[in-house]
Design a protein around this ligand. Sequence first.
Ligand code: FES
Length: 56
Amino acid sequence: MYVCLCKGVTCRQIKEVVGKSVYSMKDLAQQLGVATQCGRCGQDARDLLKSTLTLN
Ligand code: FES
């Protein structure tokens, strides 16, 4: 499922990098471009980042 439509980034792609090379929204923006355009995905991306970091 897409989290960021502007950049075509999926939930799975985010889960793959969180805890490896991504630890913050800034990392996510730099590496996958999440929330760098319209910003609508920001809250969902943040929630996913948080829950994935908690699981790792
Ligand atoms: Fe992610 Fe627009 S949906 S920046």
